[in-house]
Design a protein around this ligand. Structure first.
Ligand code: CP
Length: 301
């Protein structure tokens, strides 16, 4: 594996996470540069995306680089039976860096093992979404002034939500207290509970969603991931399990900020958007700066 790849959030040490966040703050102050002049970045999206793809493309454009790639696997030779191995070997001939989203867990790790250039994982199935985690951490640090000792509430699809999995692992460096609110069918996978137990991370699990959020510093809402369900009837049972409404926020902490990786379906009512505690659209903007910093690190710039 090219050791500059970012496949899983634990490819970064705590020090590297903090270094990338500091770099993101520099990019936020000065987003436009030519540091990618002469570089070509491949953007391979085998799965749909709005924010991740467009914020990467914005980041690359603002840094003076060029982008090649596809936004839909159906327009690539994957449809003719080309393997991921061959696609990555080809594309790594063409470019200096590959950003890839793929529906299969482990695909980014595999790609990093066959690629001659760094791979940035833009989401692999229900597994990991480390660049989302970096923008989530940046958003938390900006709004709370720290990453340490926070009460983090995660709500919704904690089973298939890859952003939850990556964020949980990253925050484990910063002495969090987690509260996981999910129906039994969508609870946090056992492997992450073992990880937290082994690392003395405090956590509680809940199925009720109500005044318990009054203790939260960060409320991380998630969409139920319809595309990961084998049985559509199982999705129907849980799709509207938790909906955050504005009146639920009246006794919450002043410093509370509501994050959501987006897209939302209906887990946050529209009346929350005007509440100053709603931060999800600013969070998405932070993705440009965080991804500029991740690209710069991957290319040693
Ligand atoms: N947060 C996120 O990954 O959004 P997209 O699926 O639109 O990229």
């Amino acid at each position: 594996m090219d050791n500059r790849s970012l496949v899983s959030i634990d490819d970064y040490t705590k020090e590297e996470i903090l270094e990338v966040l500091a770099k993101a703050a520099e990019f936020e102050k000065n987003p436009n540069s030519n540091i990618l002049e002469g570089k070509v970045v491949s953007s391979l999206f085998f799965e749909p995306s709005t924010r991740t793809r467009l914020s990467f493309e914005t980041a690359i454009s603002r840094m003076g680089g060029r982008i090649v790639g596809f936004t839909d696997a159906s327009s690539s030779s994957t449809t003719k039976g080309e393997t991921l191995n061959d696609t990555i070997k080809m594309v790594s001939n063409y470019s200096d860096l590959i950003v890839m989203r793929h529906p299969i867990e482990g695909s980014a790790r595999y790609a990093s093992e066959v690629s001659d250039v760094p791979i940035i994982n833009a989401g692999d199935g229900a597994n990991q979404h480390p660049t989302q985690t970096m923008l989530d951490l940046y958003s938390i640090q900006k709004t709370q002034g720290t990453l340490e000792n926070l009460n983090i509430f995660m709500v919704g699809d904690l089973k298939y939500g890859r952003t939850v999995h990556s964020l949980l692992m990253a925050l484990s460096h910063f002495n969090p207290t987690f509260h996981f609110i999910a129906p039994k069918e969508l609870e946090i996978p056992r492997g992450y509970k073992i990880f937290m137990d082994n690392n003395n991370i405090k956590y509680q699990e809940h199925t009720e969603f109500g005044s318990i959020i009054n203790d939260a510093d960060i409320l991380y809402m998630t969409r139920v991931q319809r595309e990961r369900f084998a049985d559509p009837l199982e999705y129907e049972k849980v799709k509207n399990v938790y909906i955050l409404k504005n009146d639920m926020l009246k006794d919450t902490r002043d410093n509370l900020r509501i994050l959501h990786p987006l897209p939302r379906v209906n887990e946050i009512a529209m009346d929350v958007d005007a509440n100053p505690k709603a931060y999800y659209f600013e969070q998405a903007l932070n993705g440009v700066f965080a991804r500029q910093a991740i690209i710069a690190k991957a290319l040693d710039l």
